[in-house]
Design a protein. Structure first.
Length: 467
């Protein structure tokens, strides 16, 4: 039987991001995808600032920025006339610790192409057309059976196979949640004529239904997103999509020159009862399903991968197995909070903006966050480690803290010599952090903070496998 350290089920943004993170750490990982190709639709089109920081670390930010654009303002139409425009986001001024200040729009299919190219560059690959049909685990690993009769034995398995996750069902893990909106929705990618690409065009109807046509940055396409009347059934054929356009807008059916992809759904918010069963983990939509409002689903999913990747690599390299317990501890609590947020955005209770950029996501309550200072400053253990200016050197001439963080290592701010191999040091922390010494995890969060580098720091490093 073929063997691997980690088997990742699903080649969406979650699985691809995890594959990249493991590949750059030298972990033997396999990605399998039931479909014959990458997902073709634009569905998760918003990349939040925190996810842009993750993509910076994973080596894909330049390609993402080149292929994306800012969110346009919304133009509201009634009776074939423009009646006013409005911003899609609450405006706020980012601070000096935020190198990527605003969400970027890029269709999900393009994000996946970029991640797939990076994975390939690092030597990884995806086995398409491989459907998992069974999981059997014991104390040493997981036997994974496939529909073609083959099998793989992995030390760990990650189910990143979407909201209808077969991995989750096989594990017997339930989903707890609610319907966000009783109305059916349609989302589609199409090409059309007769609308400018400056605005996100909205066509509300008197019954509360609405159709939006958003130009997709970096393409010639629009994303159609429609909330239909309650009790209706979505029709996602090309003719059905054209009929929606003619029903809600002043455009004619022939103005829709191509329908490239379409899907119907009913928004719901649901959270897996568990994110881990033994040696099998759930990540992304397999663990939490969001309303698309506010652009939280894909971003939360990528951060699942970013949290889990370094922990799997550490345990495979000898760190205590208990480190893996912090994945569910940290990510399930955050997913629950983000689900509440995205539902609030969908219902108009929360505005897109400061609340939705995910820069405030943190782990202060995690058992992996150790704060030993009696009077902590603005940055504490469990917080995202902000960017800042730092003195340049021969190795990092740019002079930015994120340049120091970039890579799979730990970073210690406030020390003149590395306490362990695999830890990079800077002699002091930026003033914006406040006083103290800060140990930055590989995923850019403060793991340990103290007055000075003490024996407590050494014990912390032992606990996370940095020896």
């Amino acid at each position: 039987m073929e063997t691997t350290d980690v088997l990742i089920v699903g080649a969406g943004p979650t699985g691809l991001a995890l594959g990249i993170d493991l590949a750059r750490r030298g972990v033997a990982a396999q990605l399998v995808e039931r479909a014959d190709a990458l997902f073709p639709g634009s569905r998760g089109k918003g990349i939040q600032p925190r996810t842009q920081e993750v993509f910076d670390d994973l080596g894909v930010i330049d390609a993402v920025l080149a292929s994306s654009g800012p969110y346009p303002d919304r133009m509201v139409w009634r009776g074939g006339e423009r009646v006013g425009e409005e911003s899609m986001f609450e405006r706020f001024e980012p601070d000096a610790g935020t190198p990527y200040p605003a969400p970027r729009m890029i269709p999900q299919w393009r994000t996946q192409e970029i991640l797939y190219a990076r994975l390939t560059e690092l030597g990884g690959k995806v086995a398409f057309g491989r459907e998992v049909t069974g999981l059997t685990q014991d104390a040493g690993g997981v036997d994974v059976a496939f529909a073609d009769g083959t099998a793989v034995r992995a030390r760990y398995v990650v189910g990143a196979d979407g909201g209808r996750s077969g991995t989750r069902r096989t594990l017997g893990v339930g989903m707890t949640g609610d319907t966000v909106d009783p109305a059916p929705f349609v989302v589609a990618d199409l090409r059309l004529r007769g609308l400018d690409r400056v605005y996100w065009h909205a066509f509300p109807a008197a019954d509360g239904s609405v159709l939006g046509l958003c130009p997709l940055a970096g393409t010639e396409e629009f994303q159609l997103a429609a909330r239909l009347p309650e009790g209706s059934e979505p029709e996602v054929s090309p003719d059905g999509v054209r009929e929606l356009v003619t029903r809600y807008t002043h455009l004619a059916a022939e103005d829709v020159t191509e329908v490239r992809w379409a899907s119907g759904f009913r928004p719901r918010a649901a959270l897996a009862d568990r994110f881990r069963v033994g040696r099998v983990f759930l990540a992304g939509d397999a663990a939490h399903v969001h309303s698309p409002a506010g652009g939280q689903g894909l971003n939360t999913s990528v951060q699942d991968a970013y949290n889990l990747g370094w922990k799997l690599a550490a345990v495979l390299n000898g760190a205590p197995e208990t480190l893996l317990e912090t994945y569910e501890e940290e990510r399930r609590a955050n997913a629950a909070a983000v689900l509440e947020l995205s539902t609030g955005v969908h219902r108009g209770e929360v505005q897109r903006g400061r609340a939705t950029v995910q820069l405030g996501v943190g782990y202060r309550d995690s058992s992996l966050s150790t704060e030993t200072r009696t009077d902590p400053g603005p940055v504490r253990a469990g917080d995202r480690a902000p960017d800042a200016e730092v003195p340049g050197d021969a190795e990092v001439p740019v002079g930015r803290l994120f340049d120091v963080f970039r890579g799979p290592h730990w970073t210690l701010l406030g020390a003149t010599a590395p306490p362990r191999a695999g830890v990079r040091t800077l002699p002091s922390a930026p003033e914006s952090y406040g006083p103290g010494v800060f140990l930055i995890r590989p995923d850019g969060y403060v793991g340990w903070a103290g007055e000075t580098a003490t024996e407590d720091l050494a014990a912390y490093l032992d606990g996370v496998g940095v020896r």
